[in-house]
Structure formats: C-alpha cells, structure tokens
Design a protein around this ligand. Structure first.
Ligand SMILES: [Ca+2]
Ligand SMILES: [Ca+2]
Ligand SMILES: [Ca+2]
Length: 230
C-alpha cells in the first residue's frame, strides 16, 4: 500500500520540483542576462571554446569522484547530502529532495556525472561563486570560469533570458553569424530535437548542459563500456 502510494506521488513531486526549479533558474538567468555583458557574439566563438569546456568538465569529474564516496559512478542520496552540507547551501529537506529530483534527469540511480554537472552549475547560478570555493578552494577559479561560459553560451541562444531556448531563436542564432552558408533547416531541427530531452518544444539550461557535455565528447570518453581508443 505504502509502495503504491509512493509510486503515485513521486511523479507529482517530480513535476513540482521541475516547476519550482525551472522558475528559480529562469529568474536567475533573467537577472544575469540584464546585468551582464554578453560573452558570446557568435556560434563560432562558442565552438572554439569546446576544448576549454572539455578541460573544465574533467575538473568537475574530479569533484564528482570525490563526492562519489563508494566510487560506484553515481551519487546517491546520502552522498548528495554530504555534498550539499559541504557547500553550506541553505535549504530545507524538501528543497534538497527537489534538487535531487530535478538533476536526476534520467530518473534512475541517483546522480551520474552529467547530472552532477547540472547540479553544480545550478548551485553556482543560484548561490554564487562561494559554492565552488567550498567545493574546491584550489579549483574554484577554473570551475567558475567553466560555469560562466556554459551559462553564457545558453544565454546566447536564449536571447530574452527567460530560461528557455526556442527553436526559432536557435535557428536564427545559428544562421545570423554564418556569412558563408546557412545551416540547413533539417539540421537545426535535428539538433534542437536532440537537446529537447523531454520533448516539450523548449530547451532549458539542464537540457543544454547535457548537450554541451555530449558535444565536448566527455560523456562517451568516460563511459568505460564503449572505449574505442586503440
Ligand atoms: Ca556513490
Ligand atoms: Ca540519474
Ligand atoms: Ca525541453
């Protein structure tokens, strides 16, 4: 009976977490879009930063490994509590659970590495650079740099900073800076579909971060099951 009840309640809690956090993230992004100069003026300038992204993601991987205390490739609820405690982020039990639900994008097995990138980036966006200093005094500069760039890359496509990228904006952005050739419509459509994990016609920050991790090639590199290097 209890198990059945929790199966019914969980999707509701998840929807609530999605809504709450999407709103918080949107508010933070809007503020940032209004208060900060744009970092990226072209798609090219973002593409050129991919190697730096990749390097930064490796640093985040080290942080992930640190908090994955039993090294099973996933941060479970207890490990997440330890991590949030370390960050000194003020939040209630319910808020911590919501963060967990929001970042567990595939709804399975706690927080894996790409989900952890989302988690830290959200903490950085919502609570500021103190968070990364607490994660790692030594690496915080590097981490801040990566998160700033990732968030600004998102804002390049989300022009009004309402926390959602729309297909027409992405298409426009992909074409406005390319003098030589237009990106064919079917390619931008496919790209957008790839990013829009929940298929709701919009891409939010966490979906975008997932795509960036994929494009930087770190996801496959760290997935030991399909190592293809000679
Ligand atoms: Ca673990
Ligand atoms: Ca997961
Ligand atoms: Ca979406």
């Amino acid at each position: 009976m209890g198990a059945v009840a929790s199966i019914c309640v969980e999707p509701m809690k998840r929807r609530r977490a999605e809504k709450n956090l999407d709103e918080k993230v949107s508010a933070a992004l809007r503020e940032r879009a209004q208060s900060k100069k744009r970092t990226f003026r072209s798609l090219n300038s973002i593409t050129m930063r991919l190697p730096r992204f990749k390097e930064g993601l490796r640093d985040i991987k080290d942080v992930f490994d640190h908090y994955d205390e039993n090294s099973n490739g996933t941060i479970d609820n207890d490990e997440l509590r330890n991590c949030l405690n370390k960050l000194h982020v003020q939040m209630s039990e319910t808020e911590a659970d919501d963060i967990h639900r929001y970042c567990d994008v595939d709804h399975r097995n706690g927080i894996q590495f790409p989900e952890f990138v989302v988690l830290l980036c959200l903490m950085y966006l919502l609570f500021g650079p103190d968070v990364t200093r607490r994660v790692s005094e030594f690496e915080s500069e590097k981490l801040n740099y990566v998160f700033d760039e990732l968030i600004d890359a998102f804002l390049f496509f989300d022009k009004d900073g309402d926390g959602k990228m729309r297909r027409k904006h992405v298409t426009r952005r992909m074409n406005e800076t390319s003098h030589q050739e237009r990106t064919p419509g079917h390619i931008t459509a496919r790209l957008f579909k790839e990013m829009d994990l929940d298929r709701n016609g919009k891409v939010n920050l966490k979906e975008f971060l997932f795509a960036m991790i994929r494009w930087a090639g770190l996801e496959t590199e760290d997935d030991g099951s399909d190592e293809t290097s000679p």
